[in-house]
Ligand binder design. Structure first.
Ligand code: FCB
Length: 453
């Protein structure tokens, strides 16, 4: 029996990156400072003081990088725009050199037959806006709309796929409550204000992008975790429900017209002495602006366990699965579950996996080959899970592997390698790993053997 998993002929096979993680050239050609420039230049935030100052030097090497994508047969490339290259002060003055960089990149991709998917915000807020209050301030949402207008007016004739934001949970909670990412705050109320303004800026920007980019498709990318209770105890079930409310539904529900989830609002009561006073009349309608697709970033599952509860049954904790070098459990079933939940529960017109991938450090052997077998297997298992969900009717239109190449992994610096292409940071040489060569074959065949011998 054949185990070949085939995909629809128009399935969008792609790879993803983000501006700060690959571009380098942090202060070239009129670019303003971003919060990630400030964060990495301040000691104590990132593994061994790594910065994105040079990163993969993609700002200078983009023509070769397009050649690389072409050699893999990628049909689409998801990248992000650095807001401070376009508006160095966050608002007002436009830096033409910044716009021209992305315009050349878009032209190069189109000439290579690769469809650009543009993310407007993948975390590099202009520092000037941070100094004026950052995402906890409502004015930042207005600034985002101005920025989205400038970029979509300049590129909207050629770019037809727009993602407003990447992972609002990371922008708000990870960066303002947990403090692991720029700007490194630890304030839950500020984090929830930030979350609201990110969502609001999305809703406000959607019609602006549509007006500037006729026939374009516009969406947003959220990060999801599949959350299971460690055992069947009521305490663990409560923990899982709470984690799901804070991580998944807090962002998803307002986008689909359901307000912030009541259980999660109640759970945050202590952190919100003034309630949701930052939600003004009309905001929730704006956030629920109809979109063309939902982007889903998926890496792992979370197991929720109430260590202290009397009714917890510790002997029933779920089996431990293999983990990637980020410590993230490999759990392709979670992707299957999430795709079904999103489709049957929220009915977005279309879904994309806008990120999925794994960190493994394998480097070149003496012959220059990078045998990253575990990444290859990880991708194959997750592609299979996606295919299975499509069999249920889930309208999955494409899949972007994270990442095209090894790059600056935020607080982890360069020690985590997510690329399907190896990057030698000394020489900037790129070497496609076995996973990239396998992916090239998947794209060419529009499918793969689910269980190779
Ligand atoms: C996601 C980010 C992406 C990358 C991966 C590993 O949360 O969107 O930039 O860092 O994780």
């Amino acid at each position: 029996m054949s185990t070949f998993q085939s995909f629809p002929s128009n399935f969008v096979w792609g790879a993803a990156t983000a501006s700060y993680q690959i571009e380098g050239a942090w202060d070239e050609d009129g670019k303003g400072e971003s919060i990630w420039d400030r964060f990495t230049h301040t000691p104590g935030h990132v593994f061994e003081g790594h910065t994105g100052d040079v990163a993969c030097d993609h700002y200078h090497r983009w023509p070769q990088d397009i050649e690389l994508m072409k050699s893999l047969g990628l049909r689409a490339y998801r990248f992000s725009i650095a807001w401070p290259r376009i508006l160095p002060d966050g608002r007002g003055r436009v830096n033409q050199a910044g716009l021209e960089f992305y315009s050349r990149l878009v032209d190069g991709l189109l000439a290579a037959g690769i469809t650009p998917f543009v993310t407007l915000y993948h975390w590099d807020l202009p520092q000037a806006l941070q100094d004026a209050g950052g995402w906890p301030a409502r004015a930042t949402a207005e600034a985002f709309v101005e920025y989205a207008g400038v970029v979509s007016a300049a590129l909207g004739d050629r770019v037809k796929n727009w993602i407003t934001h990447n992972e609002p949970w990371c922008v708000s909670i990870l960066s303002h409550q947990i403090g692991a990412h720029a700007p490194g705050l630890r304030d839950t109320e500020a984090a929830l204000r930030a979350a609201h303004h990110v969502l609001l800026s999305h809703g406000w920007a959607v019609p602006v992008i549509r007006a500037n980019s006729p026939d374009a498709e516009v969406g947003i990318t959220l990060n999801f975790e599949w959350i299971d209770p460690a055992c069947r105890s009521a305490a663990d079930a409560r923990m899982a429900r709470e984690a799901d409310g804070r991580f998944n539904r807090w962002f998803l529900d307002p986008l689909y017209g359901r307000h912030y989830p009541a259980d999660a609002v109640a759970g945050y009561a202590a952190a919100l002495p003034n309630g949701l006073d930052f939600v003004l009349p009309g905001d929730l309608d704006a956030i629920a602006a109809p979109t063309d697709f939902l982007g889903l970033n998926y890496y792992s599952r979370r197991v929720a366990r109430d260590e202290e509860a009397a009714d917890n049954l510790p002997q029933e904790i779920l089996a431990d699965r293999p983990r990637t070098e980020m410590g993230w459990e490999e759990y392709p079933e979670g992707l299957y579950g999430l795709l079904n939940w999103l489709h049957f529960g929220y009915r977005p017109p279309k879904l994309y996996v806008t990120e999925n991938g794994a960190s493994f450090g394998n480097g070149p052997d003496a012959a220059g080959r990078v045998a990253d077998t575990r990444r290859l297997n990880y991708l194959r298992d997750h592609f299979s899970a996606a295919r299975q969900a499509m069999n249920n009717g889930v309208p999955l239109a494409g899949y972007f592997v994270w990442s095209l190449m090894d790059n600056f992994e935020w607080a982890e610096g360069y020690r985590q390698r997510f690329g399907i292409v190896w990057v030698d940071y000394e020489t900037q040489q790129r070497i496609p790993k076995d996973s990239a060569l396998w992916y090239r074959d998947v794209i060419a065949a529009n499918g793969f053997e689910a269980q190779p011998d």
